[in-house]
Design a protein around this ligand. Structure first.
Ligand SMILES: [Zn+2]
Length: 354
């Protein structure tokens, strides 16, 4: 048989079965799991990934091997990784980016306004467009240093006396020195305040100058969920409009479709939560000061933690409520103060001009 050298090289790369030495995967014994171990496993899940209300699945914020590592640290020799993975499946634990876990997409919310007909079509269109665009623009950072991509989200951190909010801002940028050519810096802003627009405003009034001076972008892309409490509201839009004018830069704000947000902030927050837990275990102590949380987060690589001690009282000048913004997922802020809103990243006609 005259197989070319090139084919053989490729075949060797892809595995020996192309060369005719068919190999079966190693035989794995079926493991029966002791009931006690299942209970421990379920406790572990409830602790690490509580089920959010109204959902019948758990969102897994980090990789399965990371989760298994966490588990086996506390329970050595209980379960093999293979069994652990099987149990995860059984317990309905999924990664974020699987689209069919959305109540609108999988039909669970059929009777609700958003879960049927034209609304559902719009939702699916927005979901595909927004996530596709996010991935495209993130990949673009491998070669393009003209823009930065920011993902932000609130997460709640608990310590022994209080619940505090952490506004996590992840900045992706072109980094020629990084193996993937994409760098990621993580900024935590923690404070004992509710997750309102005042919190957002306090952080961004400071952070915006840092972002522009540190990364020198010609354009800034921001992604977040469309929470109407602090992100997708007219006051926030006015804040970005003022940044575009003051910094003479174009800002594009992209909202993920409901239930299809990206998990990077969750994953970053999960690391912090784990670090806090480890700190408590190692020091055999309770944490009573928010400053301790601040210090713990600052130790993590590429992480900066800022303590919010009081909220800015800078009020935005009088602004008009922007009707119809809930339907839009893309907002372009131009330096002349104009604001164009679109239904999604691929609908090119202006939906509304504010
Ligand atoms: Zn959906």
């Amino acid at each position: 048989m005259g197989l070319s050298e090139g084919f053989l090289r490729k075949a060797r790369k892809r595995g020996s079965d192309f060369l005719g030495h068919l190999k079966y995967p190693p035989h794995v014994k079926r493991v029966k799991v002791a009931p006690d171990d299942i209970e421990t496993f379920q406790d572990f899940l409830n602790d690490q990934i509580p089920i959010q209300s109204g959902r019948n699945f758990r969102r897994q914020p980090f990789s399965t091997s990371h989760l298994y590592k966490l588990y086996s640290e506390g329970h050595p020799d209980d379960l093999t990784e293979a069994t652990f993975r099987k149990l995860l499946k059984k317990e309905n634990v999924h990664h974020d980016d699987k689209p069919d876990f959305c109540g609108y997409c999988n039909g669970d919310y059929k009777d609700k306004r958003k879960g049927s007909g034209k609304n559902l079509e719009d939702h699916i269109r927005a979901k595909n467009a927004q996530m596709g665009y996010y991935k495209l623009m993130k990949a673009g950072l491998k070669t393009d240093n003209s823009y930065i991509l920011i993902v932000q989200d609130f997460t709640q951190l608990n310590y022994d006396t209080k619940d505090i909010q952490d506004l996590v801002i992840c900045v992706y940028y072109h980094d020629p020195d990084h193996e993937s050519k994409i760098g990621l810096d993580k900024y935590h802003h923690i404070g004992a305040f509710p997750n309102t627009m005042s919190f957002v405003r306090t952080v961004w009034d400071k952070f915006i100058a840092h972002a522009i001076e540190s990364y020198h972008p010609e354009e800034v892309l921001i992604f977040s969920d469309g929470c109407g409490r602090h992100f997708k509201i007219s006051e926030n839009m006015e804040m970005w409009r003022s940044f575009a004018i003051n910094f003479n830069i174009k800002f594009n704000y992209y909202f993920f479709a409901s239930n299809h947000g990206h998990s990077v902030c969750d994953a970053v927050a999960a690391n912090s939560k784990r670090a806090i837990k480890l700190y408590k275990q190692e020091h055999k102590t309770v944490i009573t000061e928010v400053e301790t949380i601040d210090e713990i987060i600052n130790i993590e690589s590429n992480s900066v933690s800022m303590l919010i001690t009081n909220l800015s009282d800078a009020n935005i000048d009088e602004f008009e409520a922007m009707t119809g913004i809930t339907k839009c997922h893309v907002f372009e802020f131009h330096h002349d103060g104009s604001l164009h809103a679109y239904q999604d990243a691929y609908s090119f006609e202006t939906f509304v001009e504010y």
